[in-house]
Each structure stands twice: as structure tokens, then as C-alpha cells.
Design a protein around this ligand. Structure first.
Ligand code: DGT
Ligand code: CA
Ligand code: CA
Ligand code: ZN
Length: 592
């Protein structure tokens, strides 16, 4: 069983417990365990064999035993019973907007509705209104919800698509309403946390004239459909199917509202527990005393700033990227949150392409693009030969390219620019683990990136061994996009990431966070694990054009989600220090 399969089963158990109205903490335990295993860097089977299931965050004794049974026998009796008791169709009904577990349960128990299709048919036939608490209005709502669900289907939107859209909407809104109408506005939700995919966009604002803001929002050119609009909340659907929610809140509620709607849900659940322990109930408006703490019951506290809310609860402000309930609240309580890397910390890049392979810009053009962005260095790393349709570099072409790079660097020096192009290659790790360029050629290069672009379906043993062979090559400085995934279109290879990361740490081979929003590879969880194991990280755009350099923030924010500081990232160092940190500590023959 894969991590994903185990996570799905646990999530299914959690959902069924929800419908059966089980103990809240038990439900949360399954949801947390599922999320944690979905994001686990190690293979769950190996963790089980090592007897370390209990070390997985969110996995307690009961769930650990259940997972062990599950992995040993392929099923677990207690789960089987739950799955038999509650049909999958009823679980899916909960995904219909506005349909919580309670409604789903009643429709199932009282009307025998056990799938989204059956629900749709019953609502269309007007047979829900017989049920107490349901009317023609709720039937309409349910039908609309099912329609929305189908439109949205399962597909989450890549952050690379959602972020520019959301930023454009925020900018446009501010433009079209009279100056001063919008006092504050911020993107919240998963987008503020820089999650790699986005379910819907949540925007929050403060305004003394909500009606004008809502009207402007509904009539934005990007809007294809208005899903619902009220005084404080409007939901619209963009042309590409992405839903955007805009909420207007009062200024005094801003801090609590921004905190609440940034999420994650898991982080918020922890926050609420923490507040409760201190005698406060927390919601999107603020804190209300429960009477069990020092303050009299019913007393309210509001926070204009998010940081004030965190401070009131005894916590340092938690950067949104960390709000996934992965230990950030405990760290915030001890004031031990990491000083996360920022975009401004990046001094250069170590992986990108030019017209010498499949890039669209010349060496000089890429050099100028990198230099004028404020970089101090950029590594020309064109594909090696042998990659199918892509024209690649070999020893001879690299010699000619070196002359071009040297000429450009001389020109920079004459101009007094503190910028230098380095010469490398993105050398292919061939199917048998040998490299697309011979060692003598690699030895002449400054920074060598090794990546896999072919035979990606190899089994776990083969592809791991293949990768390890490259990592143990003394000339390979960086392992490029290590898992090969393309978000939403290609799953990661079966590579044993844990073993590869261990080898990278041992050999001082840096591992890449490829910043391209289609890749974001390593992801947050693996990046954090890599640093834990002692690996150095390189964050690269893998640009194939001048415009390709704009994706850097996606990589940096993924690094932040992985708790990374600048110190772990090679390309935050000045060039000489960066070169000294490379595997052979010299940056190769050409770098002097
Ligand atoms: P998404 O849209 O699936 O990419 O993920 P989010 O995190 O943006 O989730 P969304 O849009 O459903 O809700 C936005 C935030 O609102 C979420 O991160 C936390 C908060 N929130 C939503 N529903 C609940 C809830 O049932 N309980 C709590 N505590 N917070 C919630
Ligand atoms: Ca959202
Ligand atoms: Ca939302
Ligand atoms: Zn590349």
C-alpha cells in the first residue's frame, strides 16, 4: 500500500465517523493522521517495519496499530465495518457546498439517498421538502451546489495560475472603486499559505462601503458567473472555473478574520484548542471569554492586527506558509520559529537554459536578464546531448559555449558589473545511471546539475539506484527536480526520496527546489526533511527564457513552507562562498 492509499483510507474513516457523529477528537485524529501521511517523506511501509509509526506527527497508538494491521493484511476489520456501514456515495454528498455531515446523514437515513446522483434526482423531483428543515429553497441550493461541484470537479488550480489571477483581481478592485473605499485588502486561504494547488481563492477586505466593493467585484471582467452575493460575502466563478470568495469585514475584526480565513483548518483547530485552554473561544470575529479563565464570561476581545491575536494567546506571529499544524504552534509558543528565507536572500541561480539547448534566449540575453534582476551569478546549464528532440551540449559545444561565456564575463568586468555567468550543464541521468556527459567534460564545468527526464516509469529499486549513481559521481553538484513530478499531470517517479536525500547529505550534493509552479520539486515536506538530514538546497527557476526568471517566488515560498532559512540554501551565498560549499569545494576548473 502506498502512503496515498493509506491516507485515503484514514480520510475515509474520518469522513464516516463525521457522518456517524462520533467524538470530535476522534474525527480530528483521523483527519490529522491522513493529512500527515499524505505528506510523509518516508515510505509508510518502511516506517512500519522500523516500528516508528508513532513518530509520524498526528499518529497515536490506536491509529498506529490500525495502520500496522492495514499494511500487514491489506485491510483492517474495524475500518471494513465502517466502510460497510456508510456508503461512499454518502461521503461524497458531504462535498456538496452547504451539505455538512448532519444533513448528509439525515438525507441518507430518512430518505435513503446514498449518492450525489440520487441527491440531485431527489432535489430535482422536489422530494426533499417533505423532510423537516428542508424546503424548495434548499432543493434549489443543493442543485446549484451539485452543479458547482461538477464544474469544479476534483481539479484544484495550480498556484502558478491562481496567484496571478488573484493578484490581478485585487489590483483591479482597488482601481475601480473610489480611492479610500477599500481600507485594507489581502489574499487569504491556501493562496496566502502558498500551497501548491488552490481549491478556491479567498479575499478579505475592510471597507466602509461594502455594497460598492461587492458591485465592483461582481462586475470584474474576469468573472464568468456569480455563485452568490450578499452584504458581507460574494462568490464568483472565473472563466477557468476557479471560484473566488470576497468577504468584507469590520476593521476591528480584521486580525481575527485574516487569521481565520488564512487557515489552514488544521492550524485553526489547534489555535482554537489553545484559546479554549486559556478560557477564550476563538472565531473569525475575535475572542469571547468562556468564563473558565480570568475574564468574565462573555467578555470580548478584538484585534486589528493578526499579530496581536497571536501575541494575546502567547504566540509569536506565525508566517502563513507554516500554518499547516506541523509543529508551528509549539514553536511559536517557545518563540522558536525559524527566520524563513525570503526572495531578497537569493543572490543568483544555478540552473537555467539558453539557445544552446531548448532555451529561447542567448547566453548574453540570459546573463543580462539575471544581472538586471540584481543577481550576482547565474549558471548556464544547458541539457546534455542525448535527450531525444532537445538539442544538447557535448564536450565540443561546451568549449565553444565557454568562449561565449568568458567574453560576456569580460564585458561585465569592463563595465564594472559585479555579475558573473558560470558554466554548467543539466546533465541527463541516463536509464542505467550513467551520465549524458563523460567525467572529463563534467570536470571542466563550474556547477553540474543532474536530472532525470527519460525512463521515468522505472520501478523503485531501479530508479533509486540510477539516481544514487549520479549522486555519488564526484562532479555532480546538484540533483535537479528530484521526484520528476508535474503537478496535476505527472505523478512523481517511484524514487526512494529518503535514501536519495541521505546520499545527497553524505556526498554534499545539493538538492533542488525547482521553482517552476508546474514542478515545485522538492516540495515543502521533502525540502524540510532534506535539511533535517543535512542536505544543502538550491532554489532555481530552471528558466528557459527571460520571462522564466519570474517564477522564483514560488520556489522560495515552497522553501518557506519547508521551514527553510537562508543558511540552508546555496544560492543565498556570495559567489565564492557558494562555490566553496559545492561538493568538490572549488566549483570546477573554469571557476578559478
Ligand atoms: P483550498 O481553498 O481548498 O485551497 O484551502 P483553504 O485553506 O483556502 O480553505 P477554504 O477556502 O475552504 O477556507 C479558507 C479558510 O477558512 C481555511 O483555510 C480555514 C478557514 N475555514 C474554513 N472552514 C473552516 C472550518 O470548518 N473550521 C475552521 N476552523 N476553519 C475553517
Ligand atoms: Ca480557499
Ligand atoms: Ca473559500
Ligand atoms: Zn532544466
Amino acid at each position: 500500500m502506498t502512503n496515498r492509499e493509506v491516507a485515503e483510507i484514514l480520510a475515509g474513516v474520518g469522513a464516516r465517523l463525521q457522518i456517524l457523529d462520533a467524538n470530535r477528537f476522534r474525527i480530528i485524529a483521523f483527519q490529522n493522521a491522513a493529512e500527515s501521511i499524505r505528506n510523509l517523506a518516508q515510505d509508510i511501509n518502511q516506517v512500519d517495519v522500523a516500528g516508528k509509526l508513532l513518530e509520524i506527527p498526528g499518529v497515536g497508538k490506536g491509529i498506529a496499530d490500525a495502520i500496522h494491521e492495514l499494511l500487514s493484511h491489506g485491510h483492517y476489520t474495524e475500518f471494513d465495518a465502517l466502510y460497510d456501514q456508510v456508503p461512499e456515495g454518502v461521503v461524497q454528498m458531504m462535498a456538496v457546498p452547504d451539505m455538512g455531515p448532519k444533513k448528509a446523514k439525515r438525507l441518507w437515513e430518512e430518505l435513503g439517498i446514498d449518492s450525489v446522483e440520487a441527491l440531485q434526482a431527489a432535489a430535482a423531483a422536489g422530494s426533499l421538502r417533505d423532510l423537516k428543515g428542508f424546503g424548495a429553497k434548499s432543493e434549489e441550493k443543493i442543485l446549484k451546489g451539485i452543479e458547482l461541484l461538477a464544474k469544479r470537479s476534483d481539479t484544484r488550480t495550480s498556484i502558478g495560475v491562481a496567484r496571478p489571477l488573484a493578484e490581478a483581481i485585487v489590483a483591479r478592485l482597488q482601481e475601480v472603486v473610489p480611492a479610500g473605499t477599500i481600507e485594507r485588502i489581502e489574499i487569504a486561504g491556501s493562496l496566502r499559505r502558498w500551497k501548491e494547488t488552490i481549491g478556491d481563492v479567498d479575499i478579505l477586505c475592510v471597507s466602509h462601503d461594502p455594497a460598492t466593493v461587492m458591485e465592483a467585484f461582481r462586475t470584474l471582467p474576469q468573472v464568468a458567473d456569480v455563485a452568490g452575493s450578499g452584504e458581507t460575502k460574494t462568490s464568483v466563478i472565473l472563466g477557468n472555473g476557479l471560484q473566488v470568495d470576497l468577504r468584507v469585514v469590520e476593521r476591528k475584526h480584521w486580525g481575527a478574520a485574516l487569521q481565520y480565513f488564512t487557515g489552514s483548518k488544521e492550524h485553526n483547530v489547534e489555535m482554537r484548542e489553545l484559546a479554549l485552554k486559556q478560557g477564550w473561544s476563538l472565531n473569525e470575529y475575535g475572542l469571547t471569554a468562556t468564563g473558565s479563565g480570568g475574564a468574565p464570561e462573555g467578555e470580548q476581545r478584538f484585534f486589528e492586527e493578526e499579530a496581536d491575536l497571536y501575541a494575546f494567546l502567547g504566540l509569536a506571529w506565525v508566517p502563513p506558509e507554516l500554518r499547516e499544524n506541523r509543529g508551528e504552534i509549539q514553536a511559536a509558543r517557545k518563540d522558536a520559529l525559524p527566520a524563513l528565507i525570503t526572495v531578497a536572500d537569493i543572490r543568483g541561480e544555478l540552473h537555467g537554459h539558453t539557445t544552446w539547448s531548448d532555451g529561447t534566449a542567448s547566453v548574453q540575453e540570459m546573463g543580462e536578464a539575471a544581472r538586471t534582476r540584481g543577481y550576482a551569478y547565474w549558471n548556464v546549464s544547458d541539457h546534455s546531448v542525448g535527450l531525444g528532440v532537445v538539442q544538447g551540449v557535448d564536450g565540443e559545444r561546451l568549449r565553444r559555449q565557454r568562449a561565449e561565456i568568458d567574453a560576456y564575463n569580460r564585458w561585465c568586468q569592463e563595465q564594472g558589473y559585479a555579475f558573473r555567468l558560470l558554466q554548467g550543464s543539466e546533465v541527463e541521468i541516463l536509464a542505467d545511471g550513467t551520465l549524458g556527459l563523460p567525467d572529463e567534460v563534467l570536470a571542466t564545468l563550474d556547477v553540474v546539475v543532474a536530472s532525470i527526464h527519460s525512463a521515468q516509469r522505472q520501478d523503485r529499486e531501479t530508479i533509486t539506484a540510477r539516481c544514487l549513481k549520479a549522486v555519488y559521481n564526484p562532479h555532480v553538484d546538484i540533483l535537479g527536480h528530484p521526484t520528476g513530478r508535474l503537478i496535476g499531470s505527472r505523478p512523481p517517479t517511484e524514487i526512494d526520496v529518503e535514501r536519495v536525500l541521505q546520499a545527497c547529505a553524505e556526498t554534499r550534493t545539493a538538492v533542488e527546489i525547482n521553482a517552476s509552479p508546474e514542478r515545485l520539486d522538492l516540495n515543502d515536506v521533502y525540502a524540510r526533511r532534506a535539511v533535517e538530514l543535512g542536505c544543502q538546497i538550491a532554489i532555481n527557476c530552471d528558466a528557459h527564457s527571460v520571462e522564466g526568471l519570474v517564477v522564483l517566488p514560488y520556489g522560495v515560498h515552497m522553501a518557506r513552507r519547508g521551514w527553510l532559512t537562508a543558511a540552508s540554501v546555496l544560492n543565498t551565498y556570495p559567489i565564492d562562498e557558494m562555490l566553496a560549499l559545492l561538493k568538490d569545494g572549488s566549483g570546477g576548473a573554469g571557476a578559478q
